[in-house]
Write a protein that binds this ligand. Structure first.
Ligand SMILES: [Zn+2]
Length: 247
């Protein structure tokens, strides 16, 4: 597992955003996830990350425009470019076709996978990347911003009657973790964070910390009387709108 550098500050995030010449609020979910992952790796200089073609993370960075991307060109199994325009600044279409060599070469167009949750998984799986501001606010001593789900949690969901809630929304869980509507902490559970998302229902994602293996999604369910409960929890300060955490 990659160690997260907990001394990373907002300036670092702003640097990454500036590099992309994009406004954070206008980024797609995938790009926000990518930034979280870039930050996670950011105890190395960005250029080293750019040069690291061995990473198996689900994104790459364009050598020409520094944009984070989920799909693009790979040249000579190393350099990556987001678009024809960025490719052709460096390599002509004729040169590319020669290197592509009808699919035989080490140069090609490809995609890097997003987080896909498998409800039948028998191994621990990655289900999201938590915003750093929540880790900071609750002083979670995590080894990574990654949130995992051990297979035992799937059994717990069945046992507690939450399976249909999970099956309704599981594909949205990476987005829910990256972009909460509200977040807070159960007073009985230090070293944890609760994520709330208002979809058709009010869903809650309790995330706990195992000091050895990191953050994990411990349950998932629809909050009955969600509107009332959220209003009450806001009043007593158990939860806050997500904007509260972004300094
Ligand atoms: Zn580019």
């Amino acid at each position: 597992m990659i160690n997260c550098n907990l001394t990373l500050d907002r300036t670092t995030l702003e640097e990454v955003i500036e590099i992309q010449r994009l406004d954070y609020n206008n980024l797609t979910v995938d790009q926000k996830l990518s930034i979280a992952k870039v930050m996670e790796l950011f105890n190395k200089p960005l250029k080293e990350i750019l040069d690291d073609s061995t990473t198996d993370l689900p994104y790459r960075i364009c050598r020409q425009c520094d944009k984070v991307m989920n799909e693009g060109y790979v040249i000579d199994a190393g350099d990556t470019y987001c678009s024809d325009a960025c490719l052709h600044v460096n390599i002509s279409q004729e040169e590319y076709l020669e290197m592509y060599d009808d699919g035989e070469g080490d140069s090609y167009y490809t995609t890097w996978d997003e987080i896909i949750i498998d409800p039948q998984a028998t191994d621990t799986q990655l289900v999201g990347v938590i915003p750093k501001c929540l880790v900071d606010h609750y002083s979670l001593e995590c080894v990574s911003f990654n949130v995992f789900m051990p297979p035992g949690v799937l059994k717990h969901l069945v046992k507690r009657g939450h399976w249909s809630d999970f099956m309704t929304y599981y594909q949205d869980i990476p987005d829910m973790i990256a972009n909460p509507d509200y977040a807070g902490q159960n007073p009985k559970e230090p070293n944890s964070v609760e994520i709330y998302k208002v979809v058709n229902d009010h869903v809650i994602l309790p995330i706990k910390l195992n000091k050895e293996s990191g953050l994990f999604l411990s349950s998932f369910f629809i909050l009955n009387n969600g509107t009332d409960k959220i209003q009450k929890r806001l009043r007593i300060g158990r939860i806050h709108p997500f904007s509260f955490f972004i300094k």
